[in-house]
Write a protein that binds this ligand. Structure first.
Ligand SMILES: [Fe+2]
Length: 307
C-alpha cells in the first residue's frame, strides 16, 4: 500500500518535563528537542508545550515520492492547505486542526521475535521450567508506536478526510461513533472517534506479548495507582490485549500486544461493531472516564478561548 506506517506523533501539553518523565518511565528513550524513541520505531513521540493538552501532529510514512504527489493532488482538489517539497506534504485535518505530515519513509522492518512457549491442555511447550514471563526482570520497552486515537466533533468528515484524501483504509467501524483506520498492515493506526471536542484520546505502544502488557502496566502503577485507567483486557476490533494508563497531562497511553494484521486487503471484511463489541471483548468494564475523560469540559473551554 502506498502508505505503510505511522511514523510519529506530537502532543502538546502544559507540563512538558513531567510528561517526558512519564513516557521515559513508560519505556521510551528521551532525546533532544522533546523527542522520545521506541526500540524499533526510533523517534516516535514529541512532547511540546501547549496551554492545554492536544494532538498537534500525526506523521505517516509513504513508499515513494509519487505517493506524495497523489496526496497533494487529492488535497488540492479539496481546497485543503498544502505545503510540499516533493518528498513530504504537510496539511491540516479540517475538523480537528491536527497537522498531518506524510513523508517518504523507510519501511519499519521489525526483527522476528520468537513466540514465548505457553503450555495448554495436551500441549506442553515448556517443560520443567518456569514461564519466561515470570522470569523477566528488565524494564518493559515499547517496540513501536501502534496507533493514535483522535476525538473529533465530526467523525464522518474526519474519516472521509483520512480515507479519501490521505489514503487510510477502513478496518472496522463503531456504529455511529467511530472508524478504525490503517496506514499499514496493523488493524488500526488511527481511530477517529466522535467527541464533543477535538482531543487526543490515547497513543498506543506495541510490546512483545501479554506478559509485557501486564509487567509494563504493573511497573507504572507501583507507587502511582492513580495512573490506572483500564485493563487488563482484550479488544474485539484488532484483537489486541490492552492496558490503559494516564499521563500527567491527562492523555491515555496504552501498552498493547497481539494485534490483528491485515496482509491481504481482499481477505479482510470490515464490520460495523455495535454495543460493547466496539469497545472490548473481555476485561473489566471500562470506567466512564475512559469514554469521556474528566478534563473534556476544561479542554472545551480552552478550545474556545480566542488565540
Ligand atoms: Fe487503543
Amino acid at each position: 500500500m502506498p502508505l505503510h506506517r505511522l511514523t510519529a506523533l506530537t502532543m502538546g501539553v502544559p507540563n512538558v518535563d513531567e510528561t517526558i518523565a512519564y513516557y521515559t518511565e513508560f519505556g521510551l528513550t528521551p532525546g533532544a528537542d522533546g523527542w522520545l524513541s521506541s526500540t524499533d520505531g526510533g523517534q516516535q513521540l514529541r512532547v511540546t508545550g501547549a496551554p492545554s493538552r492536544r494532538l498537534i501532529e500525526i506523521g505517516i510514512g509513504a513508499e515513494h515520492p509519487g505517493d506524495i504527489t497523489e496526496v497533494v493532488h487529492r488535497l488540492r482538489a479539496t481546497g485543503a492547505p498544502v505545503q510540499t517539497d516533493g518528498t513530504s506534504v504537510t496539511t491540516i485535518e479540517p475538523v480537528t486542526g491536527t497537522r498531518i505530515v506524510v513523508t517518504v519513509a523507510e519501511p519499519l522492518l521489525q526483527p522476528h521475535t520468537p513466540a514465548t512457549p505457553y503450555n495448554g491442555p495436551g500441549r506442553i511447550e515448556r517443560q520443567n521450567g518456569r514461564a519466561p514471563g515470570v522470569l523477566r526482570d528488565t524494564a518493559v520497552r515499547p517496540r513501536k508506536l501502534g496507533h493514535v486515537v483522535l476525538g473529533t466533533t465530526d467523525f464522518e468528515a474526519s474519516t472521509t478526510f483520512f480515507v479519501d484524501v490521505i489514503g487510510f483504509k477502513v478496518s472496522d467501524r463503531i456504529k455511529d461513533h467511530g472508524a478504525f483506520l490503517r496506514c499499514s498492515t496493523d488493524h488500526h493506526n488511527l481511530l477517529v472517534l466522535n467527541a464533543p471536542v477535538a482531543f487526543l484520546h490515547h497513543s498506543s505502544w506495541q510490546v512483545d506479548d501479554i506478559d509485557e502488557v501486564g509487567r509494563g502496566a504493573s511497573a507504572m502503577l507501583e507507587g502511582n495507582p492513580e495512573r490506572h485507567v483500564w485493563g487488563l483486557g482484550r479488544h474485539h476490533a484488532g484483537s489486541n490485549f490492552f492496558w490503559y494508563l494516564k499521563d500527567p497531562a491527562g492523555n491515555f497511553s496504552e501498552y498493547y500486544s497481539d494485534m490483528d494484521s491485515i496482509i491481504d486487503d481482499q481477505l479482510w471484511s470490515p464490520e460495523t461493531l455495535a454495543g460493547a463489541r466496539g469497545l472490548f471483548n473481555w476485561g473489566p468494564p471500562p470506567p466512564p472516564s475512559f469514554l469521556a475523560p474528566d478534563d473534556l469540559a476544561e479542554i472545551m473551554t480552552g478550545a474556545h478561548q480566542p488565540g
